[in-house]
Design a protein around this ligand. Structure first.
Ligand code: UTP
Length: 408
């Protein structure tokens, strides 16, 4: 792109300050910055400050879950169906590990975090251990696709290499990088993180399938004949991966997607609730619900909107391909964004100083015609590590791990 074209684009979007920085660069720097600018989706960055407000919800209705009591009754059949699918190579797992773990405050990949007390227990190690319980039972391996980002890819791969993939066969593990998105200040001005680079950060966990396609990882999925992908977060150390009972129940239900859910601890619990929106499955955040909906109860006294998601989903690959080019909502999120000031000094703010733009995997659910809501026991399957202390922290996860007999 020519300099004057670049200037025009930046002017049009009120980003002339980037052109000033651009003019000071040598040819190599100019090329790098220009290529980042060319990739910007301006319809997204122009949303700064009014994005979330514009997300209107449709008509909400409860979606009943396959509850634990029912699952117990049919467990043998579900498990066998799931094991058969795994043995036939139809199930793959996708670990979403491109996030930055800002709340935990660790700079590196979250999975490298050591939650051990008397010995080393890394988050990645726990997850691989959980997956191995299934692969031992099935007598075969499940391909594991790990999504990273530009910020943590090399360190993640180096860690797996150093730890010899925690005993999992390397040929069943593939890494792929997610897309990056620019960040802006509260006035919508693009931040820079270096003199020749915009402040770019991972674009949320919702673009994972798109990234599988653009990186070519999807070819591996196809080559192996994988029909179902189990998506899960890096930070739940009790995560059951490729759980045969969940896989089997979803297949037997005839649904094209499935979501693990837990019963809400209280009506206002800060958890996304799986329900129906305009007749299709959807995940609605607690702050998007009216008082009436939050408190609505069924005749048996139970909350009508009673099941929250834990970021463990199953998707049918052919259906993922169908929705590949559909637009997903963009979430505008206030964050602490490192940037360089006018003197070129890197500033790491203590408070939120702008917006990042994220796609979220939970929005995918609404793109499918149906979804099996599959209840699991919270204390056995949900120990997220988001913070250092308090709720959803290293401390609370350690307690839950101990409860489940895991030595730390
Ligand atoms: P979170 O929403 O908790 O974000 O991610 P985070 O980046 O890990 O932590 P904070 O908000 O900065 O403290 C839920 C899951 O989605 C993944 C994370 O790695 C985690 O497994 N994720 C998040 C991505 O893979 N990419 C992203 O861009 C964001």
């Amino acid at each position: 792109m020519k300099d004057n074209e670049l200037l025009e684009i930046l002017k049009e979007h009120g980003q002339e300050h980037i052109y000033e920085a651009y003019q000071k660069l040598d040819e190599k720097g100019k090329k790098k910055l220009a290529s980042q600018i060319e990739k910007i989706d301006w319809s997204i960055t122009d949303m700064a400050g009014n994005g979330e407000a514009s997300m209107q919800r449709g008509r909400l209705e409860p979606l009943s879950a396959l509850e634990i009591s029912e699952i117990e009754k049919n467990k043998t059949s579900y498990e066998q169906t799931g094991i058969n699918a795994i043995k036939a190579g139809k199930v793959g797992a996708v670990l979403l590990a491109g996030g930055q773990g800002t709340r935990l405050g660790s700079d590196g990949p979250k999975g490298k975090y050591n939650i051990g007390i008397t010995k080393d227990v890394f988050i990645f190690e726990r997850l691989i251990g959980n997956l191995q319980q299934v692969t031992d039972k099935a007598g075969c391996f499940v391909p594991l696709y790990i999504m990273t980002s530009d910020k943590n890819n090399d360190e993640t791969i180096a860690f797996f290499e150093e730890k010899n993939y925690f005993g999992y066969p390397k040929e069943f593990v593939r890494f792929f990088k997610q897309e990056m998105a620019p960040s802006v200040d509260f006035n919508g001005k693009l931040y820079m993180e270096d003199k020749d680079s915009l402040s770019l950060s991972p674009n949320g966990n919702g673009g994972w399938f798109y990234s599988m396609v653009v990186t070519g990882i999807i070819d591996d999925v196809k080559k192996r004949g994988v029909e179902w992908l189990n998506i899960f977060a890096v930070d739940n150390v009790l995560q059951r991966i490729a759980d045969p009972v969940f896989v089997g129940a979803t297949i037997e239900s005839g649904c094209v997607s499935g979501a693990k859910v837990v019963r809400k601890a209280e009506p206002r619990e800060k958890i996304g609730v799986l329900c129906l929106e305009d007749g299709k499955p959807s995940i609605v955040e607690y702050y998007e619900m009216t008082e009436e909906i939050i408190n609505s109860r069924q005749p048996n006294g139970e909350l009508s909107y009673n099941f929250g998601v834990i970021l463990n989903y199953l998707f049918r690959v052919d259906k993922l391909e169908e929705i590949l080019n559909k637009k997903m909502p963009v979430h505008v999120v206030e964050k602490k964004i490192p940037y360089i000031d006018e003197n070129g000094t890197l500033v790491k703010p203590e408070e939120s100083n702008g917006y990042k733009f994220e796609l979220l995997v939970l929005d995918m659910i609404h793109m499918f015609e149906n979804c099996l809501s599959f209840e699991v026991k919270r204390d056995y399957e949900f120990a997220p590590i988001k913070n250092k202390t308090g709720v959803d922290s290293v401390e609370s996860a350690r307690e839950l791990l101990k409860k489940n007999g895991v030595e730390l």
